[in-house]
Design a protein around this ligand. Sequence first.
Ligand code: AQP
Length: 339
Amino acid sequence: MTEAVHTRRVFSGIKPSGGLTLGNYLGAIKRFVDMQGQGFETIYCVVDMHAITVWQNPAELKHATRELTAAYLASGIDPEQSILFNQSQVAAHAELGWIFNCVARVGWMDRMTQFKEKAGKNAEKQSLGLYAYPALMAADILLYHATHVPVGDDQKQHVELTRDIAQKFNNDFGVDFFPITEPVIEGPAMRVMNLRDGTKKMSKSGDSDMERINMTDDADTIAKKFRKAKTDPEPLPDSLDGLKDRPEARNLVEIYAGLNNMTAESVIAEYTGAQWGQFKPALADLAVAKLSPISARMAELMNDPAEIDRLLGRGAERAREIAEPILAKTYDIVGFVRG
Ligand code: AQP
């Protein structure tokens, strides 16, 4: 069998499940912007169908969908160059998601650490959608035959599952149809940690607002949150090795590196021996310099929700043009009759 040649295409998405964090910015949005114009077709999604795997108030879901779109635009996603849309406007995601529910195995889903973390001791009370989420995520990606998926480190296992699903589908039906997608997890700050506990991921839905930086926080709030961030009594070390077993210290260094487009090594080189009283204000100033122009632009864009909806509708039309022929071909491969 000759190998199909796939266009270099990027797909990625974010859930509109609350305010966006610095983790979403450094692990996802900033890198989505960087991948525009790098020889890829770029498709970015507001994955609202993933958001409802846990309860969302309908009015808040609409607000979060528009706010996330505003964050994409304010950060530099160009809606002409990239396809930008919300998932529920392209029904093919749900349709391919069903087929992948029938390809993925229960044993594979049982190994997904994110479900275990999110469900905790209450797995029985979670929605079936939360459990099946990674099969829908595989559909999101493979519906566009995406070859590259920029994600934060927490999503690595789900992209690996996407590869397993593509492989099993291709093997089961004797085709070389779905690409084996590459996760792109490069650079510092690929797992931004909670400011109060450096062993936990920074999340939109974490319990306390003090544990995360929101993209819309004002300068005083950002400075206060970094000032109160947990650290240890040691100054910054003289090499990266010195951050081993110091998760909170490492996190702040990585955030600085991610925001300033530099490596963690060069941050250490610049701040060797610095005390937290010196480093934390420098980090806060940097975060404010990077985030405040974005949040100001987000606020402007949010003044015209009809324009945001129009852009999402137009993006969905363009997404359907790619997705529908791939879904139709999938239906033929599976053996569904189409009149
Ligand atoms: N802390 C993080 N560090 C680096 N990257 C992160 N991402 C999320 N948190 C971090 C990346 O953001 C993208 C979109 O994630 P998502 O919102 O769709 O899902 P999530 O990973 O479950 O994000 P949250 O903030 O934890 O949401 P909630 O609390 O609602 O479940 C992904 O590329 C992810 O890697």
